[in-house]
Design a protein around this ligand. Structure first.
Ligand code: WQD
Length: 344
C-alpha cells in the first residue's frame, strides 16, 4: 500500500513539480489548492507527465473548518508537504496582513490537525530569505536568522518557529524546513512550469517574457554592488532538483532516518551567479536575444546569497545535479509553450 501524501499548493510552481516527482516515486498524492495563484490546467500538465491523476480538493486553508473536514475525509495521510502561501516579496510590504493571515493561519490550522495524530510527517517550504544578507558565504544552516527585510520573509521565519515549538510538544510530529535558494526552470516536457500572474517579480520569468517579446526589456537592478561584475549574486536551482529534494526529505521522515524531530536544510546548488552571468548564459544556451538596461538598485536586495550544500549532500543525501544552462533552457522551452497557448 503506497503512502498517501497531502501537497498543499500542489498546483503552484514548485508544488506541481513535486507532485510529479512524488507520483513517479510511487506515492499517492492529494492536492489542496485554492486556485488563487494557479489553475486547473496545471493538473492536466501533471497527468500528462506522470500518467496519474492526483486527488484534488479546492480548499482555502484559511478556513479552519474546511481544514478539519479535509482530515476527517482523508484519515490515511502519511505526510504533508506545505507549499500553499503568498510569496511575492514586494506585495507583502504593501499588504502585510494578507501575508500574515494567509501564510501563518493556514500553517497553524494544518498543525492543529497533525498534532492530534499518533504520528505525522511535515515538510515546510521555507526560504533562504530568512538569512537576509548573511555575514559568511556560502550560507550554512547555522547562519543566524536575521530580521526579515519583508513581511513575506518574516512569515517564513515565524513559520519555522511555529513548527519548531509545536514539534517540542507534539510527540508524534516530525518536521523538516527546506530553505530554498532561487528556484528556476521547468519540467523538460514543458507541460508544467512557472506561471507568474501579472508582471513577474523574479528574474528568470522576466527574462523569458522579455526574450519572447511580452516585455520590452529587462531592467537589471543595479550594477554597482561589490561583486565580480557589479550585479547581485544568487544560487539558481533547477525546480526539478528542488522537487527531488522534497521526496528525499519526506522519505527521511517516513523511514525514521531523522536525527531529531525538527530539522532544517538549505537547498541550493552551492554555486553563485551574477545577474549578468544569468543573462549571458541564457543568450548563449538558447540563442535568444535579451534586450536589457541597467537601472537603480531594488530596495531590499541582498548583495549575494548562495548555499553551503554540505548538510543537504551528506545528511539529507541529496545533490542538485542540473546546470544553470539546463534550467534556463527549460524555462525558455516552457515560455515558448505558454506563449503558444496564449496565441490560440
Ligand atoms: C534575483 C536577482 C534582483 C528581477 C526572491 C525571494 C525568495 C524567493 C525567490 C519565493 C536579484 C535581480 C530581478 C528583475 C533584476 N521567492 N533582478 N531584474 O529576490 O533573490 O528572491 O525570489 O520563495 O524568497 O526573496 O529573486 O528573482 O527577484 O531576483 O535585476 O527584473 O535578479 O535584483 O539580484 P530574489 P529575484
Amino acid at each position: 500500500m503506497s503512502s498517501k501524501i497531502l501537497v498543499t499548493g500542489g498546483l503552484g510552481f514548485i508544488g506541481s513539480h513535486t507532485v510529479v516527482a512524488l507520483q513517479e516515486k510511487g506515492f499517492e498524492v492529494v492536492i489542496i489548492d485554492n486556485l488563487s495563484n494557479s489553475s486547473l490546467n496545471v493538473l492536466e500538465g501533471i497527468v500528462s507527465i506522470s500518467q496519474k491523476k492526483p486527488a484534488f480538493e479546492q480548499i482555502d486553508l484559511r478556513e479552519k473548518e474546511a481544514v478539519k473536514k479535509f482530515f476527517e475525509k482523508y484519515t490515511d495521510i502519511d505526510g504533508v508537504i506545505h507549499f500553499a502561501a503568498s510569496k511575492a516579496v514586494g506585495e507583502s510590504v504593501g499588504n502585510p496582513l494578507l501575508y500574515y493571515e494567509n501564510n501563518l493561519s493556514t500553517l497553524v490550522y494544518l498543525l492543529q490537525e497533525l498534532q492530534e495524530k499518533p504520528k505525522a510527517n511535515f515538510i515546510f517550504s521555507s526560504s533562504c530569505t530568512v538569512y537576509g544578507q548573511a555575514d559568511e558565504l556560502p550560507i550554512n544552516e547555522n547562519a543566524p536568522v536575521k530580521k526579515a527585510e519583508s513581511p513575506y520573509g518574516n512569515t517564513k521565519q515565524i513559520g519555522e518557529e511555529i513548527i519548531a515549538d509545536t514539534c517540542k510538544v507534539a510527540t508524534g510530529l516530525k518536521a523538516i524546513s527546506l530553505r530554498y535558494f532561487n528556484p528556476i526552470g521547468a519540467h523538460p516536457s514543458a507541460a508544467i512550469g512557472e506561471l507568474p500572474i501579472g508582471t513577474p517579480q523574479n528574474l528568470v520569468p522576466f527574462i523569458t517574457q522579455t526574450a519572447i517579446g511580452r516585455r520590452q526589456e529587462l531592467s537589471v537592478f543595479g550594477d554597482d554592488y561589490p561583486t565580480r561584475d557589479g550585479t547581485c549574486i544568487r544560487d539558481y536551482i533547477h525546480v526539478m532538483d528542488l522537487a527531488q529534494a522534497h521526496v528525499v526529505a519526506l522519505e527521511r521522515l517516513i523511514e525514521g532516518k531523522e536525527e531529531s524531530n525538527y530539522e532544517v536544510f538549505n537547498l541550493g546548488t552551492g554555486k553563485g551567479n551574477t545577474v549578468l552571468e544569468v543573462i549571458n548564459t541564457f543568450q548563449e544556451s538558447t540563442g535568444a536575444k535579451l534586450p536589457y538596461k541597467i537601472t537603480e538598485r531594488r530596495e531590499g536586495d541582498v548583495i549575494a546569497a548562495f548555499a553551503d550544500t554540505e548538510k543537504a549532500n551528506n545528511v539529507l543525501g541529496w545533490n542538485a545535479s542540473r546546470s544553470l544552462s539546463e534550467a534556463l533552457k527549460s524555462a525558455w522551452k516552457w515560455q515558448k509553450e505558454v506563449s503558444k497557448d496564449e496565441e490560440n
